[in-house]
Design a protein around this ligand. Structure first.
Ligand code: PEP
Length: 256
């Protein structure tokens, strides 16, 4: 049985210490008692410390939205995984489509970051997904297969099991256009089959695959009820405690 995981990706949308503390202080009492779902909040780097102070005695895990693959050095503007660990970060999102598309991160770079994060015992949420044009021309599965092969290149079974995959069709991110539960489930099953071929069935069955792309309180339950969808990565709807809580609740219900 895979434990669902719901992650909030605040992107660059909520970034002052006050609003961070306010949102988290409102979320904490709402999720108290929900222990069947892993909850992660990935804030901008600048408020990770403020978030940590509020979250440290709770079950909500702190996440970062990116990192570099070196410990330290002349890498202006980058953040070391060591720095993240030192301030209490447990999870890091890697390969988000905005990193891939806007900042031109390649699968090879994401693979280096992933190996580094795993070597430092940081838990990872690795994003993959196709563009609209790729879906419309029937190439979605080819793209997913390529990303799985390259992003997870040379990972051991043990490393792979520690990795959460977020399937995020890029055409559904921030657009209000969600994949239907059937469209998402089809790709999640495809990913699990690929993992089974690359590793083995037991490994594939234990890896959590989240869906991401315009998840809202009113569509979360139908998505999470699908067998191969193990929670979600949430952008817009994670900015407000109430909507994020309703999505977490949907994940909680999906395993009952
Ligand atoms: C995301 O940023 O990973 C995401 C899925 O965003 P949204 O929920 O806003 O589509």
């Amino acid at each position: 049985m895979r434990k669902p995981i719901v992650g909030g990706n605040w992107k660059m949308n909520r970034g002052t210490p006050n609003e961070t503390v306010e949102m988290l202080e409102s979320l904490i009492p709402q999720v108290e008692g929900i222990d069947s779902v892993d909850i992660v909040i990935a804030t901008p780097f600048t408020v990770l410390t403020s978030a940590y102070k509020v979250l440290k005695n709770t079950d909500i895990k702190l996440g970062a939205q990116n990192m570099y693959y070196k410990d330290k050095g002349a890498y202006t503007g980058e953040i070391s995984p060591q720095f993240l660990k030192e301030i209490g970060v447990e999870f890091v999102i890697l390969g988000h489509s905005e990193r891939r598309d806007i900042f031109k991160e390649s699968d090879a770079l994401i693979n280096k970051k992933l190996k580094k994060a795993l070597s430092m015992n940081l838990k990872t949420i690795v994003c993959i997904g196709e563009h609209l044009e790729e879906r419309e021309t029937g190439k979605a599965k080819d793209i997913i297969q390529y990303q799985i092969n390259e992003t997870f290149k040379d990972l051991s079974k043990e490393e792979m099991i520690k990795t959460v995959i977020a399937y995020e069709p890029i055409w559904a991110i921030g657009t209000g256009k969600t994949a239907t539960p059937e469209q998402a489930e089809e790709i999640h099953m495809f990913i699990r089959d690929l993992l089974s071929l690359k590793f083995d069935k037991e490994t594939a069955d234990s890896i959590r695959i989240q869906y991401g792309g315009s998840i809202k309180p009113d569509n979360a339950e139908d998505l999470f009820n699908k067998n191969n969808i193990d929670g979600g990565l949430v952008g817009g709807a994670s900015l407000q405690a109430n909507s994020f809580f309703q999505i977490i609740e949907a994940a909680d219900k999906s395993i009952r």
